[in-house]
Design a protein around this ligand. Structure first.
Ligand code: HEC
Length: 188
């Protein structure tokens, strides 16, 4: 054996290792042989698995009451659309640059155009089938609204229209407002 060169020894090692590999490939019903198990056996909670560590045994934790994710601002005007219009000021007021509008357009066309129409005239693809009349967003009424009021309708909905807070993330909502302003400008 001692005559075996280094190369030959490496060859034998590779053969043995590949045999392991082959064995583990043949029977798919059993887990593979884990040579290094560091990542398999770990104390981390597994998704969708019962976890006795928690009182109710549920591993998916919900955020503690009265907490918000980092970077999220609670919406202060939930029950007060009037205050929303007057006090919720648009940090992007009047910004109609390419970047702002591109973001606004993306969210508008994904979430709003189906009803309100691509140019905001209330004539979106499903508008004729909708049980009530879809209002235009290029109307004098919405033109005269404050930005905060449009933001409010996106966040909370209005009458027949449900809220779109979960569809249009907070940080992109003002861009949608600005995009509506842009299509208002384009519609004489
Ligand atoms: C499923 C259809 C539908 C979608 C999608 C939709 N809306 Fe509406 N929207 C309506 C209807 C219907 C009304 C009228 C609601 C009422 O007053 O009862 C309305 C009202 C509004 C108003 C108030 C207009 C007015 O004259 O009172 C604004 C502003 C508005 N929507 C913006 C949006 C924006 C922005 C989006 C996308 C984030 C959106 N809507 C998505 C159906 C829709």
């Amino acid at each position: 054996m001692e005559f075996l060169s280094f190369i030959s020894r490496m060859r034998i090692l590779v053969l043995i290792l590949s045999a392991f590999g082959l064995v583990s490939c043949t029977d798919k019903s059993k887990p593979n042989i884990e040579l290094i198990q560091d990542m398999m056996e770990q104390p981390a909670v597994k998704a969708q698995k019962e976890e006795k560590f928690f009182k109710n045994g549920i591993s998916e934790l919900v955020p503690p009451e009265n907490t918000v994710p980092v970077g999220f601002k609670p919406y202060k005007f939930k029950a007060d659309p009037e205050a929303a219009g007057l006090k919720n000021l648009n940090p992007l007021q009047g910004r109609l640059d390419e970047e702002t509008l591109a973001v606004g357009k993306k969210f508008f066309e994904t979430n709003c155009a189906v009803c309100h129409g691509y140019s905001g005239k209330g004539d979106g693809p499903i508008s004729s089938k909708y049980p009530t009349k879809i209002p235009a967003l290029v109307s004098d009424k919405v033109r005269n609204w404050k930005d905060g009021s449009i933001y409010h309708v996106i966040t909370m909905g209005q009458g027949q229209m449900g809220p779109y807070a979960s569809h249009v993330p907070q940080k992109y909502r003002w861009q949608v407002v600005n995009y509506i302003r842009k299509i208002q400008q384009e519609t004489k």
